[in-house]
Design a binder for this molecule. Sequence first.
Ligand code: SF4
Length: 427
Amino acid sequence: MTGAVRHVRATNAPGVPSGPGTVAALYVHIPFCAHKCPYCDFASRATARNDARMLPYLGKILEQYSELRSVGLLEGCDTAYVGGGTPPMLGGGLVDLSLAIGELGTLSEFSMEANPESLPADLVGELAQTPLTRVSLGVQSTDDVELAALGRTHGARDALAAVESVASSGLAVSCDLMCAIPHQSDATWRRSLADVLSAGATHVSVYPLSIEEKTPFGARYAGTRPDFNDEAVQARRMEIACDALAAAGLRRYEVASYARPGRECRHNQTYWEGRSYLGIGVAAAGMLDRTGYESLRRACPQLPVPLPGIARVRLVVKDDLDAFLASSSCADLHFSGEMLTERQAVAEDLMLGARLARGIGEDLLSRARGVVGADALDAALGRVHRSGLATREGGSLVPTRRGWLLGNELYGELWGLSEGTIATFAC
Ligand code: SF4
């Protein structure tokens, strides 16, 4: 463990802009959790604290990070995010990972995900001495009955103690909260929102529970939509969150994300702005423009040559944990992916931009006009305007509250501007 070394904390100033052949953001996936929550379909696995695979996994991550760095992909990288899973399962190894990633020297924000019970105060103290700037805590609720119904292993007291501990360490703290869950009422939802703010959260993400098919919740509620998760309940709770968080000074800057001024998550904004990012680890996803993909192919020559006319490549690491541990370099990894044309990429950018409160800016609309044609773009914008899903503000297209509540309709209209089938690959 090397946490004793003091590093200069990254600031919120914009990083060095990433250039051709590079990515704006780095994501590292840690797939370990103390237990598997019954609603979770993320790439994570229940893992014993003494599981002998955790340290070798960290070793592989560090090797691949060095390899990808050596081909220049991470030059000028602006943000990093270590997610999962539950990264603090790595214990002191997380300090080493944070120090290694901090060596990039260009990060304006560096976040890590954690669960309240996974983050002892001494680990928080050590992490606060590394280049890490921000912790995102999976609080979900501050009601013990609701937490038990979600199968979470922490209680309300642990959750609030973790928020306070991170906030008092000087790291920025974000909380994930979940609505439309068993036993929740409007009043308990309001209390959860208020509790995390009082404990020191400066960023809050709110999500309705999604009941996924291949999970224990999916089996339990198969073929039904339980009352607690009804669409009207989801919409009402999201509206309550919007009003309560705005009243407390947190601005909604994305459909599910609220922050005090200056505390918006720059890393997630990279995703919504259609800028390139690289994923390292089991099931990690990346999205690269053509030049970034060419850099990645220098470390991963097994990746296919991009087809003519391809502007963007999305890819996911397909190796399971054992195969990942058996790999000797990035060249051994397996991927599945998609190659998007310029038209598909711009339609995707419009769809992602519609998640943001500032909406789709003039620059993107003008790029889209050049790619899909003025007639097609104006017809789609007219339809979303007439159906009350978005409105024109200056040169931008801004989603309305109705547009956010009926997000799939809004995003569907914009994605409808793409053409053809997305080319897929596996290697
Ligand atoms: S802690 Fe998070 S990632 Fe882990 S099983 Fe629960 S919901 Fe999934």
